[in-house]
Design a binder for this molecule. Sequence first.
Ligand code: ADP
Length: 247
Amino acid sequence: PVAVASSLETVELTKSFGGVTAVDHASVRFVDGKVNGLIGPNGSGKTTFFNCVTGMIKPDAGSVAYRGNDITRHASDRVARAGIGRSFQLCRVFPRMTVMENLLVAVRHPSLRTLLRSADDEHERERARHWLRRVGIDHLEQAEARNLSYGQQKLLELAGVLMGDPDTIMLDEPAGGVNPALIGRIATLVRELNDEGKTFIIVEHNMEMVMSLCDHVVVFDRGRPIAEGAPSDIQKDPRVLEAYLGV
Ligand code: ADP
């Protein structure tokens, strides 16, 4: 029989900082083609989990596989080439570059030399314009990133992720610090991109967003999954209430 590859899967993934085990033998499987949510109380290890998966930090133990291929401890550029893009909790853009320049470096190593080379690349500019239109900030193409609102910078970061043409997009708190109108736009974009075939894995504190947007939710507590399922089931799960309320 042909095994069906899951999207992203970890087995017993573990990462400690000194005496703190941030991710504790976490075995998680996200569903390919779906909008997956990853929720849990503050300090439950969600960001560390993202960082271990995307090569920002090296896990101490355990494994990570993407669509059946082992990517454990692969460097972040290799993880990106495998098809996984990500955004950061505290949005990462180059403040003194223009919006367009940010997108031209997003797909390459961010050095001036590659920036100058890509500046000649009209094809890349067209792709950048396409994603700027999609996220709704094409009118800001020549603005310096530092002059954008925080929500607009998040949209720019998302456009940068999309420039890498990922199959799976990991978002760390896309709604954090963003006004309600922009949250709505980000949610709509996620739905559209999911309809176009992109898988999402989203860490988010905004429960309304998680419950309305996600098809499948994994709940972390103390560095490991304690529950998973459809949003409606998760909301009723006593283990989840206990993790959040400490009852
Ligand atoms: P979450 O994203 O769910 O809020 P984190 O992954 O940020 O959780 O943190 C999990 C635990 O690991 C917390 O106790 C946090 O203080 C600790 N931690 C995270 N990163 C570091 C670090 N670089 N050094 C030391 N401790 C860390």
